[in-house]
Design a protein around this ligand. Structure first.
Ligand SMILES: Cc1cc2nc3c(=O)[nH]c(=O)nc-3n(C[C@H](O)[C@H](O)[C@H](O)COP(=O)(O)O)c2cc1C
Length: 449
C-alpha cells in the first residue's frame, strides 16, 4: 500500500520529454492496466489509438489545431469511448486515463492528459475515428527530460476544504468573475496558488504584445533606476526589460507565485540582482526604493488593493522616488473588445482563458487610479497614453484563429498563424508603432512622492 500512496502522490503532468522511446512491451503493460478500470455493465468500450508518427501529429496540430505539445512527446494516445451514452463515455474513459497516468508513473514514464486536442471533428477525420466514438482526451507519454524531472509538484487544496458532510455547504471560496471588485485578497491568492500554477513554473502565462513590452523598456530606461520594487511580478514576463545591473525586489502575493517569478528569472537567465518578498500588509519591508513599478496588474486589482499598494509604495519610496504603473485602460477600442467578450462568453474568466491565469481583469479608468494616488499624497502625477489601436488586438486575432480552427476548444496556440487579416493587422499596428494618443489604450502613470 505504501507504494500505491507514493505512486499517486508523486504523479505529475510532464510537459517536456527526452528523446528516449518507450518500449512497446512497456506501453502494452501500461495500456493493459487501463483496462482494469471500471465501466458501466463491464462494457469496456474504450479504444486506445497509439500515435508515434510525427507526420500524423503535425496533421493534428496544423489541421485540427491540437495543442503543439503533442509534437514533443514520443507517444500520443488518443482515448476514445463508444458514445451511446456520453456520460458513460467520459466517465469510463477518464477512469482508464487515470490508470494510464498512474501506471506510467509507476514505471518511470512521464505522462499528461490534455483536452486541448482541438477540433474533435477534424481529429476524427484525420485518424479515421467513427462517428459513434467520443474522444475523451489525448494522453502524452514519454520519459521526462531533466527539467520536468525536477519540476515541483503543483500544490493541492487541503482536503478539509473540499469535504461536505451530508449536504453541500456553500463556502464561496472560488470566484471567476471578471470584475476585480468581486475578488477578495484571499480569493486572488487562492487562484494564483492553484489555478495559475496549472503548468510548469516559469512559463510565460500573461499575454503582451511586443510593442507593449517595448513601451515598458522605454519607460524603464527613461524613468527607472537604482533600487526597484516591482509589485506583482507574477510570471516575470517583462523582467527582461530591466537593464542588467538593476537591483529589483519582486513582490508577490504568495510563495507559489513568488516561485513562479524566481523560475522565470532562472529560465531566462536574467542577470539583475533580484530578491523576493511576499506581500503582507502588516509586515512592511524595512527597505527603501528609488522606484516602485507595476506592469499590467493595476487593471486586475480592486480599489481596496490598488489603494493598499499605492499606500505601501508611498511608505517605501525614497524622498525623490517615483511610482510607475503601466496598465490597459478603458479606452473606447479596448472597452469595446472587453464588452464584446463578456456578451459572447459570459462573466467567467475561464471561458475565454485570456486573463484567467493571474485572476480578474477589467480595463482601468485612469481617473480611478489617479484619485487613489492623490488620496495617498503623491505629487506631480502624470499620465501618458499610448496606442490608439490596442496592439493587443494582434494577440487577440491569433486567439480567435485558434478558437475557430479548434472549433471552440482552445484559444492559445504557440505558433503564429498567418493570413490576409493577420498581415493587414500587423501592418496597421506596425505603422502605429509606440505612438502617444489622447485616446490611447495603454496608460503610463508616473507619480513622485
Ligand atoms: C481533463 C484534463 C485536461 C487537461 N488539459 C490540459 C491541457 O490542455 N494542457 C496542459 O498543459 N495541461 C492539461 N491538463 C493537466 C493539468 O493542467 C494538470 O493535471 C493540473 O494542473 C494538475 O497538475 P498535475 O497533473 O501535475 O498534478 C489537463 C488535465 C486534465 C485532467
Amino acid at each position: 500500500m505504501k507504494d500505491f500512496v507514493k505512486v499517486v502522490k508523486t504523479r505529475k503532468s510532464i510537459r517536456s520529454f527526452s528523446d528516449k522511446r518507450i518500449d512497446n512491451k512497456l506501453l502494452f503493460k501500461i495500456l493493459e492496466l487501463a483496462t482494469f478500470a471500471p465501466t458501466s455493465c463491464n462494457q469496456q468500450l474504450w479504444n486506445f489509438i497509439i500515435i508515434e508518427e510525427p507526420s500524423i501529429k503535425d496533421k493534428l496540430i496544423n489541421i485540427a489545431a491540437s495543442n503543439t505539445m503533442i509534437g514533443k512527446s514520443p507517444v500520443l494516445i488518443v482515448m476514445t469511448y463508444d458514445s451511446w451514452n456520453y456520460k458513460e463515455a467520459i466517465q469510463a474513459a477518464s477512469m482508464a486515463t487515470n490508470n494510464i497516468l498512474l501506471a506510467s508513473n509507476y514505471y518511470g514514464v512521464g505522462s499528461i492528459a490534455i483536452n486541448s486536442f482541438g477540433s474533435e471533428k477534424k481529429v476524427k477525420k484525420i485518424l479515421n475515428i467513427p462517428e459513434n466514438q467520443t474522444i475523451c482526451c489525448f494522453i502524452l507519454l514519454g520519459y521526462p527530460d531533466e527539467r520536468s524531472k525536477n519540476a515541483q509538484l503543483v500544490p493541492r487544496k487541503p482536503v478539509d476544504q473540499l469535504i461536505h458532510w451530508n449536504k453541500f455547504v456553500k463556502r464561496n471560496l472560488v470566484n471567476y468573475n471578471y470584475n476585480p471588485e468581486d475578488w477578495s485578497l484571499m480569493q486572488l491568492i487562492d487562484h494564483q496558488k492553484y489555478y495559475s500554477r496549472k503548468t510548469y513554473l516559469g512559463k510565460e502565462m500573461d499575454l503582451y504584445h511586443n510593442y507593449e513590452k517595448d513601451l515598458i523598456r522605454n519607460i524603464i530606461k527613461r524613468h527607472a533606476n537604482g533600487k526597484i520594487l516591482d509589485i506583482l511580478t507574477y510570471d516575470g514576463s517583462y523582467l527582461s526589460e530591466f537593464p542588467e545591473n538593476s537591483s529589483i525586489v519582486c513582490l508577490d502575493l504568495c510563495k507559489e507565485t513568488s516561485d513562479y517569478s524566481k523560475e522565470s528569472i532562472s529560465l531566462n537567465k536574467l542577470k539583475s540582482n533580484f530578491s523576493f518578498e511576499i506581500y503582507d500588509k502588516n509586515k512592511i519591508s524595512p527597505n527603501h526604493f528609488d522606484n516602485v513599478t507595476m506592469f499590467f496588474k493595476a487593471e486586475r486589482l480592486s480599489n481596496k488593493l490598488l489603494n493598499e499598494f499605492s499606500h505601501l509604495s508611498y511608505d517605501l519610496l525614497n524622498e525623490n522616488g517615483k511610482l510607475i504603473f503601466v496598465y490597459r485602460r478603458n479606452s473606447f477600442l479596448f472597452s469595446l473588445y472587453y464588452k464584446t467578450i463578456k456578451i459572447l462568453f459570459g462573466n467567467d474568466i475561464r471561458k475565454t482563458g485570456i486573463y484567467s491565469f493571474f485572476g480578474p481583469y477589467k480595463p482601468l479608468k485612469s481617473k480611478r487610479l489617479i484619485n487613489i494616488l492623490r488620496k495617498n499624497n503623491y505629487n506631480n502625477i502624470k499620465e501618458f497614453r499610448y496606442f490608439l489601436i490596442p496592439p493587443f488586438y494582434e494577440n487577440l486575432l491569433q486567439m480567435y484563429l485558434q478558437y475557430k480552427k479548434s472549433d471552440g476548444s482552445s484559444y492559445l496556440h504557440r505558433t503564429k498563424r498567418e493570413n490576409y487579416l493577420t498581415r493587414l493587422m500587423s501592418k496597421i499596428i506596425k505603422k502605429q508603432g509606440i505612438r502617444r494618443s489622447r485616446f490611447g489604450s495603454v496608460s503610463v502613470v508616473i507619480a513622485s512622492k
